[in-house]
Design a protein around this ligand. Structure first.
Ligand code: UDP
Length: 233
């Protein structure tokens, strides 16, 4: 069933299938990073990424938010719809952290009065710069109608994800989405895991996913397993 490899990124590999409209997305245990940045191996990380993403995509689809997810087909593999990706990272923030806290001088952990939506242009050469909707149009990355759908879908996703994670004692500080075109529709793609979201414990406000300042392999492994436990079991 698994055909030719057509893409390999930091966390995933995409393979063709017999159906040209469908791909297999395989999650990796260790990321592909630039030279000189070794990362400890987290056992079963690929399997956890697959399960967490599948659970979240299914939740979103149940709530009328279209994603590329079709079904889980292996421990680290999911069947997905083939997308023509829009070269944007769409970030939605409920709490100030990371680059936002730094850029605007906000204290990490501040609850934002209203969620903040940001776009980053996916370009390794440029270091994924922050862009606004005018830049997106100027670069020809997406039409204004597509931007409207992306904006609306991202806020709707936040409305579904916040209570889902809150029930699991997780505060969704921020998350990153990617979108792509499929047969005339715009679908959410990529993954939804601790590698692209900030998950904080609701009570201790301790980071449960990745955060560079506090990263240690042991801590990251425990945090990842904790998210997996709260979301998938
Ligand atoms: N993010 C991501 N990929 C990137 C950059 C950011 O998935 O290349 C996610 C990140 O995990 C966080 C959110 O987007 O949940 C906002 O990231 P931020 O701009 O604060 O940057 P960071 O502090 O992660 O460098």
């Amino acid at each position: 069933m698994r055909g030719r490899k057509i893409y390999e990124g930091k966390w995933k590999i995409l393979y063709e299938t017999r159906d040209p409209a469908l791909l297999i997305q395989r999650f990796k245990d260790t990321p592909m990073l630039g030279a000189g940045r070794p990362r400890a191996k987290l056992p079963r990380r690929g399997a956890m990424k697959n399960q967490i993403s599948a659970a979240v995509f299914m939740l979103l689809q149940k709530n009328g938010i279209p994603t590329h997810f079709v079904e889980v087909v292996g421990e680290r593999d999911m069947l997905v719809r083939r997308l023509e990706m829009i070269r944007l990272e769409v970030v939605l923030r409920n709490i100030a952290a990371g680059s936002l806290a730094k850029r605007l001088g906000m204290e990490v952990g501040t609850t934002l009065p209203a969620p903040v939506l940001e776009f980053y242009y996916k370009s390794d050469a440029l270091g994924d710069p922050l862009v606004n909707e005018y830049h997106v149009r100027a670069l020809g990355l997406a039409s204004s109608e597509e931007l409207r759908v992306i904006r609306e879908t991202t806020f709707r996703a936040n409305g579904v994800l916040l209570p889902f994670f809150a029930e699991r004692e997780i505060l969704l500080a921020d998350f990153k989405l990617e979108f792509g075109r499929h047969k005339g529709a715009l679908l959410m793609g990529d993954e939804l895991t601790p590698d692209g979201c900030r998950f904080w414990d609701r009570t201790t406000r301790e980071n449960l996913g990745k955060d560079r300042a506090r990263r240690s392999p042991a801590r990251e492994a425990t945090a990842y397993q904790e998210i997996f436990r709260r979301v998938c079991t």
